[in-house]
Design a protein around this ligand. Structure first.
Ligand SMILES: Cc1cc2nc3c(=O)[nH]c(=O)nc-3n(C[C@H](O)[C@H](O)[C@H](O)COP(=O)(O)O)c2cc1C
Length: 178
């Protein structure tokens, strides 16, 4: 393979894990949404999710204050809304109204589910030790919802600068692991 030098500023574009998600948070006036692709599973059960949220985002402020959120997983059908949500701030815009998304009350947290997403994970912030240094929040999923009618979801994976892969064919191999 004839590999060549890659600029360090582009490394994230290779390791972007996806799926791209919509993070909803609660606020006194109206709920907010942001798009997020920098997240990682950290434990099976209870499910722990680590995520990097910039302190420039309004969502950072809300998550720190309320200490809960919902991770909503959209399919490619919502790609335009996903990019739109990630390119404006809830400080100025009601994103649910602007992007035609429906907020549904969650059962365990103050943030709402996004009805149009095929799965929604209600999360509580359980560890903020790396927030000041990296904007890294550790979340525990306390309730999870899925639309079982969506059997092969075409989810979005982000490679930076508006480039996405849409997941395709699913294959199943023999495995002892979970
Ligand atoms: C595809 C995509 C992925 C993104 N991933 C992240 C992320 O992982 N972390 C982050 O802090 N911002 C991420 N953003 C940027 C935020 O979604 C964006 O700054 C948003 O406007 C914040 O909204 P808010 O100010 O209402 O919280 C992403 C944006 C896009 C379009």
């Amino acid at each position: 393979m004839a590999k060549r030098h890659l600029a360090l500023s582009r490394v994230y574009r290779l390791l972007e894990p996806g799926p791209v998600v919509l993070v909803s948070t609660a606020a006194r006036d109206r709920p907010n949404l942001m798009t997020m692709s920098w997240h990682t599973m950290m434990e099976f059960e209870p499910p722990l999710v680590g995520c990097v949220i910039s302190d420039r985002n309004y969502s950072f402020e809300l998550l720190r204050k309320r200490r809960d959120c919902v991770i909503n997983i959209p399919t490619a059908r919502l790609a335009r809304q996903v990019v739109g949500v990630g390119n404006c701030s809830g400080r100025r815009v009601d994103k649910f109204a602007r992007f035609g998304l429906t907020a549904v009350a969650a059962s365990r947290v103050s943030a709402p589910l996004v009805d149009e997403c095929y799965a929604s994970l209600e999360c509580e912030v359980i560890d903020t030790r790396l927030v000041a240094t990296y904007g890294f929040f550790v979340l525990e999923v306390v309730e999870a919802w899925i639309d079982r009618a969506v059997t092969e979801p075409r989810i979005l994976h982000h490679h930076g600068r508006g480039v996405f892969t849409v997941s395709g064919k699913t294959i199943q191999l023999r495995s002892k692991a979970k």
